[in-house]
Design a protein around this ligand. Structure first.
Ligand code: PXL
Length: 287
């Protein structure tokens, strides 16, 4: 089926409360003028970050039939974008999507942990399979914890040098992806930064962010979806990285000012209009 705007198959869970995964990815992509077709991998009452016993329905059995139906009716995609996955089978299902749409941009956000800790749902088997999914991707967006997990490097206790950061970006690209973005990296020579590497042009990029002393769930999902939306609508890599960073700064600072419970995530509803403006940006630098 031909389409006017870029179309993304978004393979993620749907956590009803707590503003992460599909509940933030769909509005972000829509507002950026990108059609997002959700493939829910599971529905959960909340995310797993602090609301106690979560009610969850696994939808692994839905993923392949959904792909089959979409192929039957001739739907095409410009991008396949996966995130939080909770079994080896789900990871295999994402590779089926990659195989079905070989020309689509393959984006893998290897959601596995944060703040130096691995999420409880991530078994050693899932971790190994996520590494092989990363090998098939065009773009990956790990946070620093996930980057260290993929590299088999201990999570750094101190800010890292630009030299180390560049070598980690390059080593991650050697696994397979042409574009690597690592989020939330404290740099010894600077501030917390989001870093990118474009293997084809051998270019390294840095976007620094203001530090806010609260951590909200879902910010990795928001970052990756703005990055995807930017790249699909004409941004270069550094501009897409900066758009994602600036948007999160707006969302996080707005939320922090209200002092809401961090488990509820960022106040996306008040920040979203910033994305419609398609602001002109020039705050990135070379790494
Ligand atoms: O934002 C990542 C994420 C996605 N989905 C679920 C989660 C988390 C992080 O905690 O629990 C269910």
């Amino acid at each position: 089926m031909p389409h006017q705007f870029s179309r993304v198959a978004a393979i993620h869970d749907m956590s009803g409360f707590g503003r992460c995964s599909l509940t933030v990815i769909l509005p972000v992509l829509s507002v950026m003028g990108v059609q997002a077709c959700p493939v829910p991998t599971a529905v959960l009452s909340t995310h797993t970050g602090g609301f106690g016993e979560v009610s969850c329905r696994d939808l692994t059995d839905f993923i392949s039939p959904c792909l089959r139906h979409w192929r039957q009716i001739g739907i095409t995609f410009d991008c396949i974008y996966s995130g939080f996955l909770c079994s080896e089978r789900q990871i295999h299902n994402v590779t089926e999507f990659f195989g079905a749409y070989p020309n689509a941009l393959k984006v893998v956000d290897p959601v596995m942990g944060d703040h130096g800790k691995v999420y409880k749902t991530i078994s050693p088997e899932i971790r190994a399979d996520m590494a092989s999914l990363v090998a098939q991707a065009d773009i990956i967006t790990p946070n620093l914890t996930e980057a260290c997990m993929l590299l088999g490097t201990p999570y750094p206790k101190e800010p890292i040098s630009r030299y180390t950061a560049k070598s980690w970006l390059a080593r991650l690209s050697e696994i397979g992806p042409d574009t690597v973005v690592i989020t939330g990296v404290p740099l010894a020579e600077g501030r917390i930064s989001n870093l990118g590497y474009d293997k084809r042009h051998n270019s390294y990029w840095c976007v620094e962010c203001d530090y806010v002393p609260v951590s909200y769930p879902g910010t990795g999902d928001i970052y990756a979806s703005v990055l995807v939306g930017g790249l699909l609508t004409g941004d270069s890599l550094p501009l897409a990285m900066e758009r994602a960073t600036r948007f999160l700064e707006v969302a996080i600072k707005t939320t922090y000012s209200y002092g809401t419970d961090p488990r509820e995530g960022v106040m996306l509803e008040s920040a979203l209009p910033w994305l419609i403006g398609r602001n002109i940006l020039c705050g990135y630098s070379s790494l």
